[in-house]
Structure formats: C-alpha cells, structure tokens
Design a protein around this ligand. Structure first.
Ligand code: SAM
Length: 286
C-alpha cells in the first residue's frame, strides 16, 4: 500500500471506496508529507511508545505512526471509514482500529486494558468541532498520558499558549497551562488538507506535568472561579464573580486586597498562580 500523504493517492482511495466527506465529523484529511514529518518530530514517537490516535480518517497519519511506534490504537467514529482503514493499514500488525465516538470511550479503561495503565502518547489531526471536550477529557479525567501532539485550529492553539493580559488569554489557556506545557510546533495552511478547511491550523504539543506548576487546595473551585471570570470578561473580577453567583463582592475585594491587587482588576490580568491563590483564599466561601 502506497503512502496516502499526497493529493493523488488520497483522491484515488476516496474514489475506490466512493467515500464522501462528512462535514459534521470535521473531516479534513492531511495530504502533505512535510506536515506529517513535522508532527512526528513534534510528537517524538519511538518504538517504545504506545500511541492513541483520535480520528484516523483514511489512515494517512496512522501509517506514519505505525512505522515509528510500538503500538497504535486509533479511534474513529465514522464506520464508512472502516473498510478503507482495513485496506490502507493492512501491512501493519501493530495497529488496532476502534469504531467509537472518542467522547464516549472510557479512556482510563482503554489505557489500562491495552497498555497495562502505562502512559500513552496522543497524536491526532483533531476533528475541530470537539477540540476542547477531547482535550479536557484527556487532562481532567487523569488519563495516563505523557504528551498530546495535535493539529487544531490556529486560533485555538494560540489561546492554549497565551500569557495573561491579552485577548487570547482565557479559561482554555489556564486549563491547558495547569496540566501541561504547551508549545506550537508548526503552523499549517489550508492547502495541506483535503478538503481545505476555512481556517488556519497549527500543531501544538502539550507535555503533561507530573505535578501542576502551582499548588491549589480546591482544584474544581479554582476552575469554577476561572470560568466565571471569563464568562463576562469585560467586567471587573469583583463584578463577574458576584454576577456569576460565585462569590460576593466584599469577599472578592478583600481577597484581592490581601493579594495586593486592585479591586477593579479584570480576570484576564491574573496569572494561573494568582487564580490558585484567590481560590485558596475564597475556598471555604465558594
Ligand atoms: N487523521 C486523519 C488525517 O489526518 O488525515 C483525519 C483527520 S480529520 C481532521 C478528523 C477525523 O476524526 C475524521 O476521520 C472524523 O471522522 C473523526 N472523528 C470525528 N468525530 C469523532 C469522534 N467523536 N470520535 C472519533 N473520531 C471522530
């Protein structure tokens, strides 16, 4: 089987199986071998690695992964792709395809069963419509993962990496930076996909921390506070927390004073460490 990572081999396979793209599944297949090389370099896959691929499509990236990793499990929702994958991956005996919705898979159970609970590497060209729920499921549910290297919409990659203060900074930046160290490894234009998406893309590598970079007593409460702060991001923190029913104005103002911050500060100015401190101070009250 030839590599799929070019326009003519991809088009040929699509014709052979009379496959029609499903927009609702975010199907934009990679057709550029250089982008695949960059993803493989970014992910740093070797023979000792067990890789979880989300959304293999016709198997373009799966072929690259199968050649480099010890074992690959690929979870694909679209059952019309199963006969295609059986064909394009027929030469590899270290790949299994699971026909499931990734958001319905018990990932802890999968990693336990397939890799004895040892950490896996996630590599994917993600379906963009569910980028955040997929990443949150991997991170918040404590799935044993060492790194996640994924293609996402460019703006979303920028939000994940954003420092405090700017317009890109928000709840996603804080969640990603609490669990991982993010690094954009490549920007990828629409012409590297078939069909072309309407947005730019980027490959981001998220290296999971063994321990988060800040200590916080009430993790869930910190995230509730972060969500409320950015729900009404143009308001002051004091107002958005009281408006969101998270903390009364006086309590937030007192906490900010303790932290040496102005009572009129907006949530977007606070670092992860400051959100952690604020939630520790407000903790009992939230
Ligand atoms: N990996 C292929 C590539 O790079 O050419 C395809 C990537 S395409 C952007 C996203 C893939 O995710 C599609 O194959 C789509 O059918 C699949 N997908 C969409 N939603 C999914 C879900 N909830 N669970 C598993 N796979 C899903």
């Amino acid at each position: 089987m030839a590599y799929l990572a070019n326009p003519s081999n991809t088009a040929e396979i699509l014709r052979k199986y009379d496959f029609h793209f499903q927009k609702r599944y975010g199907q934009n297949f990679l057709i550029d071998p250089h982008v695949l090389d960059r993803i493989m370099d970014g992910a740093g896959i070797g023979k000792d690695d067990f890789v979880l691929e989300i959304g293999p499509g016709i198997g373009t990236m799966t072929q690259y992964l199968a050649e480099r990793a010890g074992r690959v499990i690929a979870v694909e929702i679209d059952k019309k792709l199963l006969p295609v994958l059986a064909d394009t991956l027929s030469e590899y005996d270290n790949v299994s395809v699971i026909n499931e919705d990734i958001l319905k898979v018990d990932l802890n159970e999968l990693v336990e069963k397939e890799n004895g609970g040892k950490p896996v590497k996630v590599v994917a060209n993600l379906p963009y419509y569910i980028t955040t729920p997929i990443l949150m499921a991997l991170l918040k549910k404590d799935v044993p993962v060492d790194s996640i290297t994924v293609m996402v919409q460019k703006e979303v990659a920028e939000r994940m990496q954003a420092p405090p203060g700017g317009k890109d900074y928000g709840a996603l930046s804080l969640a990603i930076q609490y669990y991982t160290k993010p690094e954009i490894v490549a920007n990828v234009p629409p012409n590297c996909f078939m069909p072309r998406p309407n947005v730019g893309s980027a490959v981001i590598r998220l290296e999971r921390y063994e321990k988060p970079p800040v200590e916080v007593r009430y993790e869930e409460k910190m995230f509730a506070l972060i969500r409320a702060s950015f729900n009404q991001r143009r308001k002051t923190l004091v107002n958005s927390l009281s408006g969101g029913g998270v903390a009364p104005k006086e309590k937030t103002a007192e906490a900010l004073e303790k932290m040496g911050l102005s009572a009129t500060v907006r949530g977007e100015a606070l670092s992860l460490a400051q959100f952690a401190r604020l939630s520790d101070i407000l903790g009992g009250e939230l």
